[in-house]
Design a protein around this ligand. Structure first.
Ligand SMILES: *Cc1c(COP(=O)(O)O)cnc(C)c1O
Length: 313
């Protein structure tokens, strides 16, 4: 990021051995006789952070195998996926194109400025056109035949299989619950796919969508579950919607950092921690439960907050 030169950051490989498991010692957890570990995927690389690397890796392999010139993908102004893709492409001598929803703003976000440093080419597409990704993909593929297209958020079978590899970083069988933040549901689907029969996977949804069995998120995840009870999605912890926040969430995140030296992002992992702690408080977990929370990274997105909002940054 800012403190590192571009060349240095490009030269630094992803190191999944840095994804330590951090136990959380907390009064509430002790009282409820529950144990919580955090898998720190945010530590594997300063830019290619968290779940984005896992969702990308088989797409990257595929692009290289198919001798593509580069990767084309989609994202918003503060997209963790875009910045991870831009740098991963730079590391693999692939070009990259980022398709951004909306008009080109006068001042680019820190994230979009950063992706350009990694040689990503930006193309802005009107909201009306962008709203139907399925329809624009064939058009883009025709325009850029040498580019391998990764769908938004890496949401595809290859993305799911990559995310399933997250489970192998831990003593996964020792946990009763695996918990993650959920956007497209790609990571959740991967963890559900990797889960053992005795485990329950919990997704805390960061978007404001109706709690409906047939919503697009659940429809995507369901086919990866051996049985429908293997996972549960909670829809009550979006704090106003995607990339929205409240003072309560910000206070909680600052507290978690102070108590546990655990930095979280306000779009995903802050809501994950809040949601799971709230469920603990409300006795959702049986005494003796052992939870693994996936810290899926995304801290760069905190740059969109006014200075001083978070005590760490
Ligand atoms: C993208 C992202 C998610 C959501 O992952 P999905 O696979 O789209 O559900 C969760 N956490 C962080 C930090 C992310 O950047």
């Amino acid at each position: 990021m800012k403190t590192m030169s571009v060349n240095k950051v490009i030269a630094q490989p992803v190191d999944i051995k840095k994804a330590v498991v951090q136990p959380v010692n907390d009064d509430l957890l002790h009282r409820k006789n529950a144990a919580m570990d955090i898998l720190r995927l945010d530590l594997i690389h300063p830019v290619i952070s968290g779940n984005k690397w896992f969702k990308l890796k088989y797409h990257l392999q595929e692009a290289l195998q198919q001798n593509k010139k580069g990767i084309l993908t989609f994202g918003g102004a503060w997209s963790n996926h875009l910045v991870a893709t831009a740098l991963a492409c730079a590391q693999n001598n692939l070009a990259s194109i980022g398709i951004i929803r909306g008009e080109r703003p006068f001042t680019l976000s820190a994230t979009l400025q950063e992706v350009q440093e990694y040689a990503m080419q930006l193309q802005f597409i009107s909201r009306a056109e962008y709203s139907n990704e399925a329809a624009i993909i064939p058009v883009l593929q025709e325009k850029y035949p040498d580019y391998y297209i990764v769908p938004q958020g890496g949401q595809s079978l290859l993305g799911v299989l990559g995310a399933a590899d997250i489970a192998a970083l831990t003593q996964i069988e020792s946990y009763s619950h695996i918990c993650c933040a959920t956007g497209t549901g790609t990571m959740l689907a991967g963890l559900v796919h990797a889960a053992l029969p005795h485990q329950q996977v919990i997704g805390i949804c960061s978007l404001k969508i109706p709690d409906d069995e047939n919503n697009s998120l659940n429809s995507f995840v369901k086919p990866y579950a051996a049985n429908p009870k293997q996972y549960t999605i909670f829809y009550d912890y979006h704090f106003g919607g995607y990339a929205r926040k409240t003072d309560e969430l910000v206070r909680f995140m600052n507290n978690i950092y102070q108590q546990h030296e655990l930095p979280t992002d306000f779009v995903y992992t802050g809501k994950l921690l809040f949601g799971v702690m709230h469920l603990v408080q409300n006795n959702y977990f049986q005494p003796g439960s052992r939870m693994l929370l996936v810290h899926s990274g995304g801290l760069q997105g905190n740059r969109s907050l006014p200075a001083g909002t978070l005590t760490y940054l």
